[in-house]
Design a protein around this ligand. Structure first.
Ligand code: SF4
Ligand code: SF4
Length: 435
């Protein structure tokens, strides 16, 4: 019987990890659909960024209540999962509480986990109340309607169930209770089961034990479909984030080359250029996810849908149809759609007459952006919705000449007069003659 249990556990674990591996491969494949961008520079600043922003959650502190609660859930998630290691060893080798040989230290660990589990339960309930009873504005807005809102709640329910299973498992583990080492919370819960006989208590303990590990494996595999992917991706996302000062835009290489050629008096525009006959003509800007770079796609999968960007966006605050959070969610949804297309067509993307532009993100949203960078500043995991907006605008301007009339007038003025205004260049210093 013991061996059958171990075998069943090994199969369950293999299935859980197997599916997770498939999802990770799909995730990497989808992110690699993006264009190349070099983020291999300045690795010390990148590690620092990751340590401060992802591990230290330094950008969360601007909203201290949420930051404190999030820290508890985060610490709980990371630390309590040390317990999972023991569960895996017990499950595979038929031991019971394999780490209990650590004695007092084991008690310290389990005691800490139990306290954390209670704190996580309280925090998660407060999170649920903020979303569903108080209905904070950034959680009540329309861009979360449907599955994003359900996803946010589902994960809260998940955590409540996992933490409860953990505590009940400890409370009904008679051997553990007899040790009286680290059962700080569970010894009180143990009284709830005093009316049951030993066999019944043992059954409850085993059921909680199995459900706890099965729940963790389900959670692991649910991550790919959830905004909670940020638990894993916040780390690479902060590492590969743009290190340039906010407001510094990247130049399009092809345009820069043209401009340099125009400005260089010694350049020979008719000089023979190497021609690659197989080269696909490059598109200016982005109209679909494959035109974005891989860091922008990583950003889309990392978005926590917290809405800090949208709640600080001046366009959104003044009633414009723009939510930087929606820009990131749309990018992820379209990327997933492209990924499913590739899966269904034996590894090749078959054009589906859809694109990120228009089918997901409208020009009205794109032109509502003031490019103020508030969303980038606020994002707790260093995402830049603005960089996607700018690339899509570049496409509209350079490929479709579809800028709003006011911008077209300004660009014509710059072209003709070297300034955004309608004055002749010769009149630029007239102001000095005024009285
Ligand atoms: S950069 Fe654009 S999207 Fe971001 S906060 Fe400013 S206006 Fe909103
Ligand atoms: S882009 Fe950043 S701030 Fe905006 S919803 Fe996503 S994680 Fe939150």
């Amino acid at each position: 019987m013991m061996y059958i249990d171990n075998l069943f556990f090994a199969i369950l674990l293999s299935i859980g990890i197997g599916f997770f591996t498939i999802n990770v491969k799909k995730l990497i494949r989808n992110i690699n659909l993006g264009k190349d961008v070099d983020r291999s520079d300045n690795s010390s600043a990148r590690w620092r960024n990751m340590a401060m922003v992802a591990l230290g959650q330094s950008k969360m502190v601007k909203r201290p209540v949420a930051a404190f609660l999030h820290l508890i859930v985060y610490a709980g998630f990371i630390i309590i999962n040390i317990e999972v290691l023991e569960i895996i060893i017990d499950g595979l080798f038929g031991t019971h509480r394999a780490f209990s040989f650590l004695g007092g230290f084991y008690g310290f660990l389990i005691g800490s986990f139990e306290i954390l589990a209670v704190l996580v339960l309280i925090s998660v309930i407060v999170f649920w109340i903020r979303r569903n009873v108080i209905k904070l504005k950034r959680f009540a807005s329309n861009d979360l309607n449907g599955s994003p809102r359900k996803d946010a709640n589902a994960i809260l329910y998940f955590e409540i169930v996992l933490m409860s299973l953990f505590l009940i498992m400890n409370a009904t583990d008679l051997q553990f209770q007899a040790m009286n080492n680290g059962n700080i919370i569970s010894q009180h819960l143990n009284a709830l089961f005093s009316g049951l006989d030993i066999a019944q208590v043992e059954v409850i303990e085993r059921v909680c034990w199995w459900l706890h590990i099965a729940g963790i494996l389900v959670f692991l595999n649910y991550l790919y479909y959830s905004k909670h992917l940020h638990i894993l991706l916040a780390f690479p996302n902060t590492y590969y984030a743009d290190l340039n000062a906010k407001g510094k835009f990247d130049n399009l290489e092809s345009v820069t080359k043209e401009v340099k050629l125009m400005m260089d008096p010694n350049a020979d525009p008719f000089a023979a250029q190497p021609v690659d006959e197989n080269a696909v003509p490059s598109k200016f800007g982005a109209s679909d996810v494959q035109d974005l770079n891989w860091v922008q796609l990583l950003n889309a999968y990392t978005c926590t849908e917290c809405g800090r960007c949208t709640s600080s966006c001046p366009a959104n605050q003044t009633g414009k149809k723009l939510s930087p959070r929606k820009i990131m969610m749309d990018t992820r949804d379209r990327l997933e759609e492209v990924g499913r297309n590739i899966d269904a067509n034996k590894g090749v993307f078959v054009p589906d007459n859809k694109s990120l532009l228009n089918d997901y993100i409208t020009t009205e949203e794109l032109w509502a952006c003031t490019s103020c960078n508030a969303c980038v500043e606020e994002c707790p995991v260093n995402i830049s919705p603005l960089s996607i907006i700018i690339d899509m605008r570049r496409y509209l301007v350079m490929e479709q000449s579809a800028a709003p009339q006011s911008l077209n007038a300004m660009m014509t003025n710059i072209e003709n007069n070297g300034a955004p205004w309608q004055y002749n260049q010769m009149d630029r210093l007239n102001w000095k003659d005024e009285n």
